[in-house]
Design a protein around this ligand. Structure first.
Ligand code: FES
Ligand code: FES
Length: 178
C-alpha cells in the first residue's frame, strides 16, 4: 500500500512499490489523461508534476512518489468550463493545438511547469523546456505559440472566454460578461 496526494486528494494505492507511477495513475486511479508512449522516459507523453516539477511517470516508481504531491492533467485546472482551466489549457484550446492529441497532456504539463518558474519565456526557453516532449504530428509551432499565449494570459490575469473571435478572446478575471 502506497500513500500519496494526487490532484489535492490523499489516495492509498494497493500496488507494489516498484509499479511505475503511470500505471498507478491510469490503472489504479483511472485517470486516463496521462498517456503511455515509449515507457522509457524518452517521449514525454506520461509527464506529470511531482511537487510542481515535471517528471516522466513511466520511469518513476510508485515508491518515489509516496508522500509527495502529484498533479496530473486532470488536476491542473478545475471544472469543465474553459475559464476555469489552467492558462495553458485555455491557450491550447484557443489555438486548436492538438492534432491526434496523444502527446498533448504531456506537452501541457511541461508548459505549465515552465510557466511556474518563468512567467515570460523566450522561444529558446520554450524549446528547451519542452524538448523532451515529442509530437509525431509536428504541432510544435502551435505548441510554442500556445505557451507564449498562456504566459500572456497568466501574467495579465486574463482568461479565454470565446475561442471563435480573436478580437474578444479574453476578459479580465472577475469581469466576465453574463
Ligand atoms: S511514456 Fe513516459 S516518457 Fe514516453
Ligand atoms: S498531436 Fe499527435 S502526437 Fe502530438
Amino acid at each position: 500500500m502506497v500513500e500519496l496526494e494526487i490532484n489535492g486528494v490523499e489516495r492509498r494505492i494497493d500496488m507494489p512499490p516498484d509499479t511505475p507511477l503511470l500505471w498507478a495513475i491510469r490503472d489504479g486511479l483511472h485517470l486516463a489523461g496521462t498517456k503511455f508512449g515509449c515507457g522509457m522516459g524518452l517521449c514525454g507523453a506520461c509527464t506529470v508534476h511531482l511537487d510542481g516539477q515535471p517528471i516522466r511517470s513511466c520511469i518513476t516508481p510508485l515508491s518515489t512518489a509516496a508522500g509527495h504531491r502529484i498533479t496530473t492533467i486532470e488536476g491542473l485546472g478545475h471544472g469543465s468550463d474553459i475559464a476555469t482551466l489552467h492558462p495553458a489549457q485555455q491557450a491550447w484550446i484557443e489555438g486548436s493545438v492538438a492534432q491526434c492529441g496523444y502527446c498533448q497532456s504531456g506537452q501541457i504539463m511541461s508548459a505549465a511547469a515552465l510557466l511556474d518558474s518563468n512567467p515570460d519565456p523566450s522561444d529558446d526557453d520554450i524549446d528547451r523546456a519542452l524538448s523532451g516532449n515529442l509530437c509525431r504530428c509536428g504541432t510544435y509551432p502551435r505548441i510554442r505559440a500556445a505557451v507564449r499565449r498562456a504566459a500572456e494570459l497568466k501574467r495579465r490575469g486574463e482568461r479565454v472566454v470565446q475561442t471563435w473571435d480573436p478580437n474578444v478572446a479574453v476578459a479580465p478575471l472577475g469581469g466576465l460578461p453574463a
